[in-house]
Design a protein around this ligand. Structure first.
Ligand code: SF4
Ligand code: SF4
Length: 240
């Protein structure tokens, strides 16, 4: 992927929402996420390209690197940038893929065909379209998805990104299911007012402690997704 590639074209959309997606997804009910930065995950390959391009001024280094070992020994590394630039990232074209794809990620099959879309941020999973803080979701959903269908085509010829999008989809499903189990829904507008605080605090804890994903079932499913994709495309992750 070329660093200057853009995927969604809605100039100055931040004027309609106050730049919601760059402001740390603040929520008055959260006790620990204070919204002082946005945590941005980059795949190792993307991070290397990001570094080569010079990155974003003030956001050159990863704050945290995570490593996950799959059953076949392949290693998935995630580099985390913590962005407090509230929309003023420079050069703008160097912002990470997750920023460029926001507000949607593609739901894909193993050969990179787009089946649907889902929220690019876990903090957005709890809103339905009509009350969504992002104007692109609330008012321009079809247009954004049409743009993404075209612009994502080259990226979806790379098994690493196919895997990443499928893994993100699974993360979202597990998170939603955890909330559904306790509250009957993962959408805030379907939760009784008296349970709102409890709902948000549970959502925060699930995200903070990663509780929805700390189980063998989730790990097995991630490894299965990896194996299915590797069977078609060949191995796409490093082993050390
Ligand atoms: S992508 Fe959505 S939330 Fe982000 S600036 Fe544009 S309209 Fe606002
Ligand atoms: S890198 Fe830019 S687009 Fe991404 S969160 Fe930071 S300010 Fe927003």
């Amino acid at each position: 992927m070329k660093q200057e590639t853009e995927f969604v074209n809605f100039p100055k959309c931040y004027e309609s929402c106050g730049g919601y997606c760059c402001k740390g997804f603040k929520n008055a009910n959260f006790k620990f996420f204070d919204g002082s930065y946005v945590a941005l995950p980059l795949l190792e390959k993307e991070f290397n390209e990001y570094k080569k391009s010079g990155g974003i001024i003030g956001l050159e280094e990863a704050k945290k690197i995570e490593e996950f070992k799959l059953k076949n020994g392949a290693i998935l590394r995630i580099f985390w940038l913590h962005c407090s630039l509230v929309g003023l990232c420079n050069p703008h074209q160097n912002r990470p893929l997750i920023c460029k794809l926001y507000p949607f990620l593609p739901k894909v099959d193993n050969i990179g065909g787009i089946l649907d879309f889902f929220s690019a941020s876990f903090f957005d999973l709890f809103y339905e379209k009509s009350s969504h803080p992002c104007t692109l979701v609330a008012q321009h959903e079809d247009e954004v998805k049409a743009q993404l269908k075209n612009s994502l085509e080259p990226l979806l010829k790379d098994p690493l990104y196919i895997f990443a999008f499928r893994a993100c989809e699974l993360l979202a499903v597990y998170l939603k299911n955890s909330l559904k189990k306790e509250f009957g829904s993962y959408l805030i507008n379907e939760i009784n007012d008296e349970n709102h605080v409890k709902f948000w605090q549970k959502a925060e804890m699930l995200l903070l402690l990663r509780k929805a994903w700390r189980n063998q079932e989730f790990y097995n499913e991630i490894c299965d997704i990896h194996d299915e994709i590797a069977q078609i495309w060949g191995e796409f992750l490093p082993f050390k």
